[in-house]
Design a protein around this ligand. Structure first.
Ligand code: R5P
Length: 328
């Protein structure tokens, strides 16, 4: 069946999917025990997108799944906006934008004059299109939730990543490392989950005039002989992580495992990560990881069960927070 009917027969849940990460959408639907709404989507010769749902969505609680995947991230955002518009005009009762990776989240403030606040604009565009609610995983900064005028379900991949990493390290010898000073709070939460060991961070500087350019200067904290767990929200070109691994090794770290939620893995991430001396890189599949992006040290964990459970909680008027009880 293509949807779920509530116990009292009053509500209907449907999931529609864009084309960016069909595999994840299929897995989420499978976890929910439903089929995706049959959908037509294609590009016109000039790049414009056409989309249409193959069955009625009238009165439904609709969830629109699309991860803002590279390299045509703007196309996938536009496709999701069009799907929201189509749902609104087809009389869906509620529309939830599910963006496991939410694009433009790194541009959440003006660092210099005459810059846009792109993450805010994106939230406004979803609102204008007709979205009632947004669901995403590990937004770059939590305050982005306030950019959308409506409920935002901010899911955490940390429990999934921690469960896996715990089985891969000697918990008596772990130091959790933040790749920059800004993520110390997250590293603290990781350390608490991994037995309360010490923390360290990498002093990183970034050239705001050049995209994806950062330099790891030195490690703050003692990592000599320690198994380091380096945690970040996303890996884009791999520069931050590869540099951090380099300085950790120079500072005497025994080995380094990287845990990050979103594997954007733009060029030259694969080359950098596979040759930087890291023991393992653990990510989730919030974004597609094509075969050419897979390398020996890479482990990809499924985010589908978490997204499916969150969708179910929203539909049942349950509690998304309950999914993280004991983990917050
Ligand atoms: C920075 O604030 C982010 O958390 C990531 O560390 C950064 O954006 C990753 O980019 P790249 O992999 O290109 O260094």
């Amino acid at each position: 069946m293509t949807g779920i009917i509530s116990h009292d027969g009053e509500k209907r849940l449907v999931v529609v999917s864009g084309r960016a990460h069909a595999e994840l959408s299929e897995s989420v639907a499978e976890e929910l025990g439903i089929e995706l709404v049959p959908t037509t989507a294609y590009d016109f010769a000039n790049g414009e997108i056409y989309t249409r749902f193959g069955e009625s969505v009238r009165g439904a609680d609709a969830f629109v799944l699309q991860s803002h995947a590279s390299p045509v991230i703007n196309k996938w955002i536009m496709e999701q906006l069009l799907m929201v518009d189509a749902l609104k005009r087809a009389s869906a009762k509620t529309i939830t934008v599910v963006a496991p990776f939410y694009g433009y989240a790194r541009q959440d403030k003006k660092s210099r004059g005459r810059e846009p606040i792109s993450a805010r604009l994106l939230a406004d565009m979803f609102k204008t299109a007709g979205a009632d609610r947004i669901m995403s995983v590990d937004l770059h900064t939590s305050q982005i939730q306030g950019f959308f005028d409506g409920p935002v379900d901010h899911l955490w991949a940390m429990p999934i990543l921690v469960d896996y990493v715990r089985s891969r390290v000697d918990l008596t010898n772990v130091t959790v490392v933040s790749p920059d000073a800004g993520r110390i709070r997250v590293a603290e939460q990781w350390a608490a989950k991994l037995g309360g060991g010490p923390l360290a961070f990498v002093h990183k500087t970034r050239d705001v005039r050049t995209a994806n350019k950062s330099v790891a200067n030195r490690v703050v904290g003692d990592v000599e002989g320690r198994s380091c767990v380096l945690v970040d929200d996303l890996i884009d070109t791999g520069g931050t992580i590869a540099e951090a691994v380099r300085v950790l090794k120079e500072a005497g770290a025994k080995d380094v495992i990287v845990a990050a939620t979103h594997g954007i893995l733009s060029e030259p991430a694969v080359g950098r990560l596979s040759s930087c001396g890291v023991r393992e890189v653990v990510i989730t599949d919030t974004l597609p990881v094509e075969d050419e992006k897979r390398f020996e040290q890479l482990t990809v964990l499924s985010i589908a069960p978490l997204i499916a459970r969150a969708i179910r909680e929203v539909f049942d008027d349950g509690s998304v927070t309950s999914l993280f009880d004991g983990n917050a």
